[in-house]
Design a protein around this ligand. Sequence first.
Ligand SMILES: Cc1cc2nc3c(=O)[nH]c(=O)nc-3n(C[C@H](O)[C@H](O)[C@H](O)COP(=O)(O)OP(=O)(O)OC[C@H]3O[C@@H](n4cnc5c(N)ncnc54)[C@H](O)[C@@H]3O)c2cc1C
Length: 462
Amino acid sequence: MPRCVLIIGGGLAGLTVALRLSARGHAVTLLEESRRLGGRLVAPRVEPAHTLEPQDPSLPSSSEPQETLPLIMLGSHTSTFSFLKTLGPGAEASSFHRLPLEFLLPDGCAVRWRHLWAPGPFHTLLALTIFRGLPIRDRWRALTWLERTWEGEPDLPIDLEHRTADDWLAVVGQSETARARIWCPLARFLLGEDLSVVSAAMLVAMLGRCFFSSRDHSAITIPAAGVGRLLLNPARDQLVRSGAAIRLETAVRRIQFDSHGVTEIQLRTGETLKADWYVAALPHRSLCSLLPERVLAQYAYFEHLTKLSDAPALAVHLRFERGPWPARLLLLAQGPYHWLVSRADAGAGRGGTRVSLVATGSAAQLERSDQELIDVALGVIGRAWPAWAEARPLKSYIVREPHAFLSVRPGTGALRPLQQSPLPNFFLAGDWTDTGLPGTMESAIRSGDLCADAIEEKEKSK
Ligand SMILES: Cc1cc2nc3c(=O)[nH]c(=O)nc-3n(C[C@H](O)[C@H](O)[C@H](O)COP(=O)(O)OP(=O)(O)OC[C@H]3O[C@@H](n4cnc5c(N)ncnc54)[C@H](O)[C@@H]3O)c2cc1C
């Protein structure tokens, strides 16, 4: 039987739940505080407000939003690719540029990780054998450890969730040089923070997903289209077509409970809304501020949310007239930026190039002035492409976000909540909920799928 569902939060997680449930005929209302869908994928910008009502035939044509980050997709992002499929032929047929994985070492030398033609995981074992970024002793130790673990002796230690990745890599014989030059940049790229901060379990899980599964899972691509054309506009159009109501600039002030579950949602305007199912697809800090004190105190499930922490991120986006330069992804061994990506500028129409430099997990970087950040970024570009050292950007914008994604420190796994809360009509989604993944777009979409599964399961048992 179709049910009435209220979803709070129009980021990727909320959109995923909304699309899944509205496709099943539920009456979905999506409440979003800001003027746009997309949440943390979209950089804040002042724009005219608009509200979409169900079956509105004249959709406002919104301009392409500015991305907070370049949308890099790993082959292991299976939930993201399935999500694109559900958005129809437009999104699915978008072209993706293949990016080789390269490391820029402190001496300015770039080394490439080869994506070899061999069935997984042999493609990784062979690539590791010939990878010049790691000293020979480190490669040999890594291969020996992998071979022994494969044979089950020793098993993976059970305390990995309580150790840092740095500690674990040292135990398996990776030298300080290898950790600083290769493992740390890779951890920043995959998990968003330094090796000495992230949990060993999360690093092992991500290495397993990306490099020790099928060969396709270790492919790295970047879509030619921006986040609006690729994801957000098709998702919005599909929701409106399926009869969902999208209410932008609609902030929730309070979620009201009794002992059986959520009773209603109170908006900042004072309006109250009721539904059969309630979904909070919000950042964990925002959710805590909407919950009554007694609910936070009564349930360990909600109390755990107050112990989660976030990592900051900074992105400097530069547009150059020259180019297009080759599409490249460089993980940087030396700060202050941790990776950079270049690709043809689809919007320019004149063959320009966009280069984005990202620094993660480093709050001090957020304090630096725009000019300082751009100057340092140009220095890094000059090191990576000496031929382009004199190039000056036509345009730039900078995104500073102190709460960019979940910090996956040791012990965080046990604090991440399942999508079904202890209250039967209340569900959570968001990149920080229990997905087994670091807090990324893939995790946000996966959480939305798990949340929709939990609601469907609940309906079957009714
Ligand atoms: C600078 C930066 C760099 C990043 N880099 C990467 C990267 O390289 N790769 C990657 O995969 N991910 C990256 N991320 C993370 C990625 O953007 C997120 O994982 C993902 O977008 C989270 O989606 P979400 O739906 O869980 O949450 P959100 O996008 O935060 O969505 C939550 C929504 O809830 C709304 N909301 C909040 N409070 C209320 C309220 N009271 N009432 C109504 N609505 C409310 C918010 O406005 C927001 O739209 C980055 C993020 C940032 C900021």
